[in-house]
Design a protein around this ligand. Structure first.
Ligand code: PNS
Length: 180
């Protein structure tokens, strides 16, 4: 069989010559942030020098929380992680990455069901800019069933969410649904 070592090395030379990846972007809707998100953010912050949590202003998804509310909740729950910054974007992720001069995207993977969509996004992002790499972190098992949508469903009917989201988020959900 042909030895592909040199081929791979040459193909990736410009990438290998790049600087160390110290800045990572953790993008998402965060409507609202859950303990599952927070787990990935904490772990990313322990690996990279700086992590930007970037909230997508996705009008198409009809979010429960406004962009400012989602950002404020993220700021509140990450306030003790010194190398985490919260921001928002309204663009292709790849354009936002360029703007920030960032080369690493961090995504959490919960189950096999996440894989197909995430593979599609990672592959497309890499096609749009081959200098950008997506790193996946497997969700901690206790959060592998958790999603913002599930949390919203439970909170809507006054179900218990204290094991699923931080206290600030639980309170924000109560206020939101009390006023609906
Ligand atoms: O929390 P979500 O809703 O699963 O996050 C999805 C997100 C924000 C990461 C994804 O929708 C995204 O990157 N959107 C920005 C627009 C974009 O770049 N789309 C093309 C991806 S190939």
């Amino acid at each position: 069989m042909k030895d592909k070592t040199k081929e791979l090395e040459n193909a990736n030379k410009p990438i290998l010559q790049r600087r160390k990846h110290t800045l990572a972007v953790c993008p998402g809707s965060f409507d609202p942030v859950t303990y599952g998100h927070l787990d990935v953010i904490h772990r990313a912050a322990s690996v990279f020098d700086k992590v930007i949590v970037a909230v997508l202003k996705n009008a198409s998804k009809n979010p429960l929380f406004s962009i400012e509310e989602r950002k404020d909740l993220l700021i509140a729950v990450t306030k003790d992680i010194s190398n985490v910054e919260v921001d928002s974007f309204d663009d292709l992720l790849i354009n936002y990455m360029n703007e920030k001069n960032a080369h690493v995207i961090i995504k959490g993977l919960r189950a096999v069901s996440d894989f197909e969509y995430e593979l599609q996004m990672a592959s497309l992002n890499r096609k749009l800019n081959e200098e950008i790499e997506t790193f996946f972190m497997m969700s901690s098992t206790q959060y592998s069933y958790l999603s913002s949508s599930i949390v919203k469903q439970i909170a809507q009917y006054n179900g218990p969410v204290s094991d699923l989201v931080p206290r600030e988020v639980e309170h924000a959900l109560q206020v939101k649904f009390a006023n609906r």
